[in-house]
Design a protein around this ligand. Structure first.
Ligand SMILES: Nc1ncnc2c1ncn2[C@@H]1O[C@H](COP(=O)(O)OP(=O)(O)OP(=O)(O)O)[C@@H](O)[C@H]1O
Ligand SMILES: [Mg+2]
Length: 494
């Protein structure tokens, strides 16, 4: 029987149902007396099908569900071994036994060794011994069938698991990709919108942004959430290698292309076949390289160094730069045609200081990560500390913020809250940015009353923050006596 590949479970169920009826045994012998005697021995426990010739036996095999075949060694028109060979083609799972009147041990041994015969029975036989042998043979049959069924079920389960794994991996990658990118500012939401649209396509993307704004992260997110996600994402920093090495890295080379090229080497454009190549700092490429890149973008072709033929490649290109490439193009430092080929879609990552509302979210996420990494139990930031983080200029953008939080966590000991005093000195000094155009200045108060209100809030904050008037006065940048006097005038108790 052949378990269908529609599902291993079906096969197992089918097998169980079958085993409810007695096993079928085919007996083949040209002597009616022998058939009769075998039927007598086995007929009460099994369904026994007698056949007087090999041909008749094969016909029964085609029709019936047979688990065991017992055949005479010599049949009218074929030998017992020949018959078993043909029987195997019809019902390979049936166990085969042979009756033998005389001991031609040589040919029997061969048949046994070749696996065509499970065992032979010499005539005349002991009925009890035969019954026992048949029972064992059928147990072997059931075990083998069950094994086949289990193997099918296993293969089926494996295939399902594999499919599930691919799916899960995709989900994880997709989540990984988009989840790691944090931001809820309008500026970042615009970025996410473009990313989602462009991820589904093959369009070349140019990501622009200052250092540490997340260009790398965005490139990965686009790759891992698009149709190329099951193929590779390879990143190459174009500023990191000398010209020839960069060319060989990206396009590959053949042996002897330059000193030191001892063997052929595949370039990243070929390695990333059907995936994505991320060209980081593309603005730093030299003119020769720019021509080669243009060729990939225009014709989908590369030519390894030292090789005379071109090769087709299927890659998506994402490039990043922190330069103003348009200006570079206008001033002749970057090929204009390449610039336009690269910026089919342009994603501009705003510097962190232009999306300050993302800072608390990012700071908390980095704090969680640091807690986990360093086994800290920091719960959060005091308002004053968060104000400083929000106010700071962050020229190194998100990376600088991440590093700052890690630094704080490393030095935090068992503190639970991050206060101003734990911030780096230059950040501690950041004055809360007050945008004179912002509309949230107090209204309906005299200037003096407003200023007093602000002073009150800042003093209280500083004292709560630092826990002492001396440290608060330092934080506020005024002498301690002035602080004391000011508190008295403003009606603040110690
Ligand atoms: N929006 C974001 N959400 C979470 N983490 C971010 C975000 N942007 C950047 N990061 C983190 O900041 C660090 C710097 O990001 P990334 O390497 O992507 O910046 P980059 O723009 O490629 O910088 P560079 O120009 O220096 O290569 C990384 O650790 C990254 O995980
Ligand atoms: Mg980068």
């Amino acid at each position: 029987m052949a378990p269908g590949n529609s599902g291993g479970n079906d096969a197992v169920i089918q097998g169980a149902r079958r085993s409810e009826q007695p096993h079928g045994i085919l007996i083949v012998d040209d002597e009616p007396a022998i058939l009769e005697s075998l039927q007598l021995t086995l007929g009460s426990d099994y369904r026994v099908f007698p056949a007087e010739s090999g041909e008749a036996g094969l016909a029964i095999l085609e029709r019936e569900d047979i688990a065991l075949i017992i055949t005479d060694q010599v049949l009218p028109s074929m030998s017992g071994v020949e018959f078993l060979e043909r029987a195997m083609e019809i019902e390979p799972a049936a166990i085969r036994m042979m009756l033998t009147g005389y001991a031609d041990i040589g040919s029997l041994a061969r048949a046994i060794n070749e696996g065509r015969i499970y065992r032979y029975v010499s005539k005349p036989w002991e009925p009890d011994e035969l019954r026992l042998n048949v029972k064992r043979a059928l147990e072997a049959h059931d075990l083998a069938t069950e094994n086949v069924q289990l193997a099918f079920a296993l293969a089926d389960a494996n295939a399902r698991l594999r499919a599930e794994n691919v799916y899960l991996r995709r989900e994880v990658e997709r989540k990984y990709a988009f989840d790691r990118l944090i931001g809820s500012s309008p500026a970042m939401n615009r970025v996410f919108e473009v990313m989602e649209k462009v991820a589904e396509t093959d369009a070349t993307v140019l990501i622009r942004g200052e250092t540490g704004t997340g260009k790398d992260l965005v490139a990965r997110a686009i790759h891992y959430s698009g149709p190329r996600r099951d193929h590779r994402f390879v990143a190459q920093n174009c500023a990191a290698l000398p010209d020839t090495l960069l060319e060989s890295e990206l396009f590959g080379h053949v042996r002897g292309a330059f000193t030191g090229a001892h063997v052929d080497k595949k370039g990243l454009f070929e390695v990333a076949h059907r995936g994505t190549v991320f060209l980081d700092e593309v603005g730093e490429t030299h003119p020769g390289m720019q021509v080669r890149l243009l060729r990939v973008l225009q014709d989908g072709e590369i030519r390894p160094l030292g090789c005379s033929e071109t090769r087709k490649v299927d890659v998506r290109i994402i490039a990043a730069t922190n330069r103003d490439l348009l200006k570079d193009a206008e001033e002749g430092r970057f090929r204009e045609d390449l610039y336009y080929r690269l910026r089919v879609v342009e994603i501009e990552l705003p510097p962190l200081r232009e999306r300050r509302s993302d800072i608390p979210l990012l700071a908390h996420r980095f704090l969680d990560a640091s807690n986990r990494k360093m086994g800290r139990k920091l719960m959060g930031f005091t308002n004053a500390a968060m104000d400083r983080l929000v106010a700071y200029h962050w020229s190194g953008n998100v990376r600088e913020l991440e590093n700052e939080i890690e630094r704080i966590a490393a030095l935090a000991g068992d503190a639970e809250t991050i206060g101003v005093d734990m911030l780096s000195e230059h950040i501690r000094g950041a004055a809360p940015a007050v945008d004179p155009r912002a509309g949230d200045l107090p209204r309906g108060l005299t200037l003096n009353a407003s200023v007093d209100g602000l002073k009150r809030r800042m003093i209280l904050d500083a004292i709560r923050e630092t826990g002492s008037k001396t440290r608060a006065s330092e934080l506020l940048g005024i002498p301690r006596q002035s602080l004391q006097k000011m508190m008295k005038r403003l009606g603040l108790k110690d």
